[in-house]
Design a protein around this ligand. Structure first.
Ligand SMILES: [Zn+2]
Length: 384
């Protein structure tokens, strides 16, 4: 007997399907599934389903003094089944973060900050002694299924007088581990060219469409040669919207030149969730509708692309055998004003509205279902 059948679900290409789940896995996807099921969710060809949304850049260590949030508030309650904390935590707080993360209904992973103090302060790399390689290696070895990447923040306020040195050290550590490396870019020094030239295939530049002077476009508004070369080498572009790091003008220029982000992520934490300009991953995704991206490109960037880039096996694909992480949502025809990090506003006629999250629970061979506030309003109900 199936654990759950989702009936009449719309896919992003507008086709309609049934999906059956058993033991936390997608077990059948077909026009009509008739077998017995303990629970049924009928989407009546009205609502969409995709593989669960993955937010590749968030801050969800609740005990962080500056960038903190609750995983489920930015996760399952917002249609996001996987949240990746991008360096809030360094080796010193990894145990505590791991314990907290296990209590969430959302899948939580960590990109461990190369600085052992994490985001205890804004300038976690101003003292190079905070890069403690033996401690970092021990912590990685302790949590191989939780720590899935390495974070290094390379902007003036973070590195102080240390210039490019923290990135050189991060690359050395990364080469040993093989994990993805996420690099925060912002104000210089170090200069973006100097950073980009050190990056190799699979490294992730987050805040890729920031509007600061050290952005991906030069003074003539051409894409920097260093970024062109980096993209050709397979370096990844991640949005990491945040309070200061997403500019509509830069995103529009990039689209004109055919430069697309590989992943759309929020850089969300309590303050920019409650006061904006981030609000939610769905709100950030909606900004890309307004930029003229196809719905499929947007959904791919929070599912398939993210899973591949973050090396999350069994996630990000709506196919039999993959984890039963799913997001149910509407693309609602409703006007919305959208705000970037520079105070610029754009209007969209439609928006992504998450209605429910389904999360595979590997330990229990089961699933957790969270209907969002909007889902309840829409009368989304599980029947037995
Ligand atoms: Zn961040």
């Amino acid at each position: 007997m199936y654990d759950l059948i989702i009936k009449n679900a719309k896919l992003i290409d507008e086709s309609v399907t049934d999906i059956a789940i058993e033991q936390g896995k997608l077990i059948a996807i077909a026009n009509t599934i008739t077998g017995q099921s303990r629970r049924v969710l009928d989407l009546q060809t009205k609502h969409y389903v995709s593989s669960g949304w993955i937010d590749s850049h968030t801050h969800c260590f609740a005990h962080s003094p500056i960038y903190h949030d609750e995983p489920d508030l930015i996760g399952v309650k917002a249609g996001v089944t996987v949240v990746v904390d991008a360096g809030s935590v360094g080796a010193i707080d990894a145990d505590e973060f791991y314990q907290l993360a296990q209590q969430a209904n959302t899948h939580v992973y960590s990109f461990l900050n190369i600085s052992k103090i994490g985001l205890l302060r804004q300038n976690e790399l101003a003292d190079i002694q905070n890069i403690d390689v033996p401690l970092f290696d021990t912590t990685l070895a302790k949590y191989p299924d939780f720590i899935i990447g390495i974070k290094v923040r390379m902007s003036r306020s973070v590195v102080g007088d240390n210039g490019i040195e923290p990135l050189v050290k991060a690359k050395e550590i990364q080469k040993k581990s093989g994990l993805p490396l996420m690099i925060h870019v912002g104000n210089n020094p170090p200069d973006l060219d100097e950073i980009a030239d050190l990056l190799t295939k699979g490294d992730i530049i987050t805040h890729c469409f920031n509007g600061k002077p050290n952005q991906i476009f030069d003074k003539e508004n051409n894409l920097r040669e260093s970024i062109k070369r980096a993209i050709e080498r397979g370096v990844i572009l991640d949005i990491g919207h945040g309070g200061e790091s997403f500019s509509f003008a830069v995103a529009e220029r990039a689209k004109c030149l055919g430069v697309y982000p590989n992943t759309i992520s929020s850089d969300i934490y309590s303050k920019n969730r409650l006061q904006g300009p981030v609000f939610s991953l769905a709100n950030v995704m909606t900004k890309f509708i307004c930029l003229g991206y196809s719905r499929k490109r947007i959904i791919d960037s929070v599912t398939h692309n993210a899973a591949q880039i973050l090396h999350l096996k069994n996630k990000g694909v709506l196919s039999v055998g993959y984890d039963a992480d799913l997001t149910i949502f509407d693309v609602k025809q409703q006007a919305i004003s959208l705000l970037d990090s520079e105070g610029e506003i754009r209007q969209s006629d439609e928006q992504f509205i998450p209605l429910a999250s389904i999360v595979a629970d590997a330990a229990k061979h089961s699933i957790r279902i969270e209907i969002t506030e909007e889902g309840s309003k829409n009368g989304l109900r599980i029947s037995n």
